[in-house]
Design a protein around this ligand. Structure first.
Ligand SMILES: [Zn+2]
Length: 291
């Protein structure tokens, strides 16, 4: 049984306390100081994209592509603002008196909006729409709970676990920081499904902590990035990796940095070691001036 900790990822009950073993507590405390809101949102999105979720070994990103409730049509943000304020469904858009335009939205759109929000390229309306989408997905998945054919039940339970997980991203507030405590100190190894808990894939946590390491770096290592290393070559490689999410040219980036005079083993080893990088990777971020 769990001792005082909460299995929900963002719960304050997961925070490290003086009773947490010292090593885990120090790690969380150092990394919390280093994390930014942007980095934590990108971490959440990296976990969605890459961390195997349940027995099937597929990440949430793949699971979202496969079920009808992950796709919906949504009105614009203005509609939600009126509806939330008045609890009345508005007939027409007050801004132009026209009928509402609905657009097709799925989980991939919503996660991409979060990533764009982290980088400052999505406006508040897109964040609101992502939140409403996560709300919808959970609601719709819950509805599928009834009349499920037996042979589809296990699969549907996992997908509900996905929807319930997404719902926790609805409010990107201060509790976002608790994700570090959750993975590094109080990881319960289970995800929520219809009032019960199921085990994560055995590699889920290792993938998530690997992403934390990629985004926040080694807790005892603090690297001063020399301006001279920011050559057009190095910046072009890092920008392309960031845009395409294909980080396989990382060893080539190491060569470019070395050509520019970089002899920092932390930086070079990070790029040359076989590992998963994601948006928020500390080397690419330092090079591109992102934090
Ligand atoms: Zn990296």
């Amino acid at each position: 049984m769990l001792h005082g900790m909460c299995r929900h990822r963002h719960a304050n009950e997961n925070r490290v306390t003086p009773a947490t073993p010292a090593k885990a507590r120090c790690l969380v405390e150092i990394l919390r100081r280093r994390a930014t809101r942007r980095k934590l949102i990108l971490l959440e999105c990296g976990i969605i994209r890459y961390a195997p979720f349940a027995d099937c070994g597929r990440p949430l990103w793949d699971l979202m592509a496969l079920q009808p409730w992950f796709e919906t049509t949504q009105p614009p943000a203005e509609w939600f603002k009126i509806y939330r304020a008045t609890q009345q469904v508005p007939d027409v858009a007050p801004s132009n008196e026209r009928p509402w335009q609905f657009t097709q939205v799925n989980g991939h759109h919503a996660v991409e909006w979060l990533e764009q929000h982290a980088d400052g390229t999505a406006d508040d309306d897109q964040l609101l729409l992502a939140g409403e989408y996560f709300h919808h997905a959970e609601y719709a998945a819950e509805a599928y709970r009834f009349d499920t054919p037996d042979e589809q039940r296990a699969e549907l339970e996992i997908r509900y676990g996905v929807a319930s997980w997404l719902l926790s991203l609805r409010e990107i507030g201060p509790k976002l920081w608790n994700i570090l405590d959750y993975y590094l100190a109080n990881f319960p190894g289970e995800f929520y499904v219809w009032a019960s808990w199921r085990p994560f894939h055995p590699e889920h946590r290792a993938t998530a902590t690997g992403l934390i390491d990629d985004i926040l770096g080694h807790p005892l290592q603090s690297i001063q990035f020399d301006d001279a290393w920011r050559t057009p070559d190095a910046i072009a490689i890092a920008s392309t990796m960031y845009e395409t999410r294909d980080f396989s040219p990382a060893p080539i980036l190491a060569d470019a940095l070395e050509d520019a005079g970089c002899d920092n083993t932390g930086v070079l080893t990070h790029c040359r070691t076989e590992r998963r990088h994601c948006r928020g990777c500390w080397v690419a971020d330092l090079l591109l001036g992102r934090s």
